[in-house]
Structures are given as structure tokens and as C-alpha cells.
Design a protein around this ligand. Structure first.
Ligand SMILES: [Zn+2]
Ligand SMILES: [Zn+2]
Ligand SMILES: [Zn+2]
Ligand SMILES: [Zn+2]
Ligand SMILES: [Zn+2]
Ligand SMILES: [Zn+2]
Length: 381
């Protein structure tokens, strides 16, 4: 607009050229024949070549351009502004993005309520307010640590189970939560005997009932005795006569040793001809009671050659004495061994009937039990 095409500039140049042309082309006049050249009179100024209305338009244009420049300057410096409003946010009021002018105050936050993991928070700008809510703790248990019921946060570790020992019928279980683990141990059965039913060695549970005693007949040395457990009942045979003799069969065949004093009695052993035997006579003159090896029983008197005999009354069969310990009780044992079963404990000072002596032992009775006591702790009357 203001470059070399400017009509004013070109106008100036053109005018100057016209002046020189006009001068060059002007006729030379001489005055008074003196040939003095007469100075040419400058030509009268030429009239403008553009129309009259151009000048006001030009001026108008220039004013307009100046106004425009002023307006641009004002706009540029934000002295005046065609506002371009941006909505208020929760941090800033309504604001002109051009000039920065504001109107009103910031919008209010849109608060989301506080939780145990976050304080109250504006969902728009993220600003927070206050503190988190407390966690809703659930106590730790066997398998879970202390845990927030709301957010699932945990603290510490689970307590772990407190296992009880497994028993025969129950697997091990947690004493706290009752969870169980593994298998029950199962019973450890001990067979039934004469006095106990089938019994678990571990828990004592029983099944069924005790077995029957297997009673062996009384002998002169022993009352009825259970062949399984050694229990005794009643009294030894009351012997009226002791003797000695040997087997004398007619044919030389062995002699039957029977369980009972009868030819119907079960044969428990056979005794060879001429075997020497101690004889116990107890009232049935056709049978003797004898011991043979590990057996005992009855033999027919018809096949015994009697040697000597004596009356039991004169044999001083029973002895009498009392228990003398250092104060403790004395064991009544099932047999003549300190390893044998203790049938009863006899208090110090107890009077006893001693049926016979067998080595270092006396056979006696206490509270209905028959058995042996060590002779070391017996003082005879
Ligand atoms: Zn503005
Ligand atoms: Zn906000
Ligand atoms: Zn929580
Ligand atoms: Zn548990
Ligand atoms: Zn058991
Ligand atoms: Zn028994």
C-alpha cells in the first residue's frame, strides 16, 4: 500500500519530468534584435490531471488506515477486547482467553465423599480436602491378616492355625477356626484279654467285652487258674495225704494223666512205666494228683506202686506269718518271679496264711486273690 506504486510518489516523478520536457521544448525568443536571448518565462503550472474527488478519498483512506492501526494496537495490547469467555472451573472464574479478564468467582468443586483410601476429592480438578476415613478393620484370623472390609487393605500377617494333635478318630484340627487337616490316626487296638475288652492303647476306647477266663482245675499247689491271664480263684486242693510212688502198669504201657479224676477226663499227657511221682491224695482213694513235667492232673491209683505216705495233718501243711517291709506294700505275684504280674499290694503288717513254700516264695491268699509273696518279707509266727 505504501510501496513504490504509491500514486503520490509517481505523481512527483512525473511532474518533474514534465517540467524539464516543457523547458527543453520551449521556443527561444530574442529581444530587440540584439539577439540577446530572452529568458524563457516559466510556463504556467499545469492543471491537475486526476479528478477532484481523489483527494478526499485518499484522505479518508489514510484516516481509515490510521484508525485501523490504532484499533489493532489497542486490540493487540488488550486495551480493548472482544472477549472470548471460557467457563468457570472449580479453580478459576469465567475467564477471557484473550485478555484474561475474569467474571464472578470459581465454580464450586464437585466433591466425591472421602473413603478409607482417599480423602474427599473433587472429581473435576482432583483437589482433595480433609483426611481419609478410618479403615473398617477386621481382626486377623488363621488364614487372613488384619483386613479392611471396605478397601481390602491388609496389615501384618495371618495368625496361622493352632493345630491340636490328631487322635484316633479325629484329624488334627485348628483350635481357633476348627479347620481340620489330614487323617485321624486310627485306633491302636490291643486284643481283648480275660479282664479287658479289645482296647485302644492310645485313647482307651473299648470294643466288645472281655474274654472268658480259661480256668484250669485247682491243684494242691494252686487254686483254679486262668491259662490265659494267670488269674486264680478259690483255694488250692485240700490235700489229706502226701505220698510217693512209681508207675506200674500191667502191660508196661504208659499211664494216662487226666485232667479230672475220672476215666472220662481228658488225657493231657502219658507217663512212662516206672516213672517216679509225688502223690497228692485228697479223699478219692482211687485217684492221685501228680505233677509230671509241665503237666499236672490225675492218675489212677490202680497203676501206681505206692512207696511211702503220710497224713497231711502231720505235714504242717499251712504256715502263718505277717508282712514285714520297710513300710511299703508287698506284691502278691502271679508266679514265683519278680517279673510276673502283680495281683495285689499287701500292706505292711498284714497277717497271711502261707499254703506252701516254693523256693524263696510263699503261696498265699489276700483279698480273694491267690498268688506268691517273696519269703524275704514274711516273718513266720
Ligand atoms: Zn478479553
Ligand atoms: Zn474441583
Ligand atoms: Zn480401608
Ligand atoms: Zn485355624
Ligand atoms: Zn484310639
Ligand atoms: Zn484270664
Amino acid at each position: 500500500m505504501y510501496g513504490p506504486q504509491d500514486p503520490n510518489d509517481s505523481y512527483t516523478v512525473q511532474q518533474s519530468a514534465v517540467d524539464q520536457k516543457t523547458i527543453a521544448a520551449a521556443p527561444v525568443y530574442y529581444d530587440n534584435e540584439m539577439l540577446t536571448p530572452v529568458q524563457p518565462q516559466p510556463a504556467p503550472a499545469e492543471k491537475r490531471r486526476y479528478p477532484k474527488w481523489v483527494r478526499p478519498v485518499m484522505i479518508g483512506l489514510i484516516v481509515l488506515i490510521l484508525l485501523e492501526m490504532i484499533a489493532a494496537l489497542l486490540l493487540y495490547t488488550h486495551t480493548i477486547c472482544i472477549h472470548k469467555w471460557q467457563d468457570a472451573t472449580c479453580q478459576a472464574p469465567r475467564t477471557c482467553s484473550r485478555c484474561g479478564k475474569t467474571e464472578g468467582g470459581p465454580a464450586s468443586h464437585r466433591w466425591l465423599p472421602a473413603t478409607c483410601s482417599a480423602p474427599a476429592t473433587c472429581e473435576v480438578c482432583g483437589e482433595t480436602s480433609g483426611a481419609c476415613l478410618p479403615h473398617t478393620w477386621q481382626a486377623a484370623d488363621c488364614t487372613q491378616p488384619k483386613t479392611c472390609a471396605v478397601c481390602g487393605m491388609t496389615e501384618g500377617t495371618a495368625l496361622g492355625h493352632q493345630w491340636s494333635a490328631a487322635d484316633c478318630e479325629t484329624p488334627r484340627f485348628c483350635k481357633i477356626c476348627r479347620a481340620s487337616d489330614g487323617e485321624p490316626l486310627g485306633h491302636d487296638w490291643a486284643d481283648a484279654d480275660c479282664t479287658h475288652p479289645r482296647t485302644c492303647r492310645r485313647c482307651g476306647k473299648t470294643e466288645g467285652s472281655p474274654l472268658e477266663h480259661q480256668w484250669l482245675a485247682a491243684t494242691p499247689k494252686s487254686p483254679e487258674t486262668c491259662s490265659v491271664c494267670g488269674a486264680k480263684r478259690g483255694a488250692a486242693l485240700a490235700v489229706t495225704l502226701y505220698g510217693n510212688g512209681y508207675v506200674q502198669t500191667r502191660t508196661g504201657s504208659p499211664l494216662n494223666l487226666r485232667e479230672t479224676a475220672s476215666t472220662d477226663g481228658k488225657v493231657v499227657a502219658t507217663i512212662p512205666q516206672h516213672t517216679n511221682l509225688d502223690l497228692y491224695y485228697f479223699g478219692r482213694d482211687d485217684w492221685y494228683f501228680v505233677y509230671y513235667k509241665t503237666y499236672s492232673g490225675y492218675v489212677s491209683a490202680s497203676y501206681i506202686q505206692l512207696g511211702y505216705y503220710e497224713e497231711a495233718a502231720g505235714h504242717d501243711e499251712f504256715m502263718y506269718g505277717y508282712v514285714k517291709t520297710k513300710g511299703g506294700k508287698l506284691n502278691l505275684r502271679a508266679s514265683t518271679s519278680t517279673n510276673s504280674k502283680s495281683l495285689a499290694m499287701i500292706p505292711n503288717g498284714t497277717d497271711l496264711v502261707l499254703y506252701w513254700r516254693d523256693g524263696d516264695w510263699y503261696y498265699t491268699e489276700y483279698n480273694g486273690e491267690y498268688g506268691f509273696v517273696s519269703a524275704k518279707y514274711i516273718v513266720l509266727y
